[in-house]
Design a protein around this ligand. Structure first.
Ligand code: ZN
Length: 162
């Protein structure tokens, strides 16, 4: 049994599967099936190598429940302390849609607030191991900037209410 884990990092991925007209739900189902082949026998709670998936058609999909780790980063020290968020698509080959980006900002800002994640601990996968993930076209610095300003705006709002 794995104990409830403290979350220190958020790691950003892409799925590496190029967006098409396929239903994102079916893509997510096939990702889950593929990841479960590796781990579900040993860890019955295992659903996917990600906690959340954000799609171009603006859905947020669930993978592993947040209290469990995902084996996603190639570094087990980080795996056990991180939240894995993936954007559906292949951002080596395509550009991230603005609406998908915006949904990601909202979603990740919420996680930053809930788990009190330090900004410097929002990482892209390629900062941990040698990979292009989340893709050479992925606007990671913009994403981080938006998250920071979003979280700061929200805390300003709260201080006005208080
Ligand atoms: Zn990755």
């Amino acid at each position: 049994m794995i104990e409830l884990l403290e979350k220190e990092y958020i790691v950003i991925h892409h799925t590496g599967i190029k967006n098409s007209n396929d239903n994102s739900f079916l893509v997510w189902e096939s990702i889950k099936k593929f990841h479960q082949i590796k781990y579900k026998e040993k860890f019955p709670w295992y659903i996917a190598d990600y906690h959340f998936g954000i799609s171009k058609d603006l859905r947020v999909f669930n993978g592993n429940s947040i209290e469990y780790p995902c084996f996603h980063s190639g570094d087990n020290n980080i795996n056990f302390k991180s939240i894995a968020v993936t954007f559906l698509g292949n951002f080596d080959e395509e550009l991230l849609d603005k609406k998908q980006f915006d949904l990601g900002v909202l979603m990740i800002s919420d996680l930053v607030k809930r788990f009190n994640i330090k900004y410097e601990k929002i990482l892209k996968h390629c900062e941990i191991v040698n990979t292009s993930c989340p893709g050479n076209n992925f606007p990671f610095e913009e994403l981080k900037k938006e998250i920071i300003s979003n979280v700061k705006d929200e805390s300003k709002k709260e201080s006005i209410i208080l």
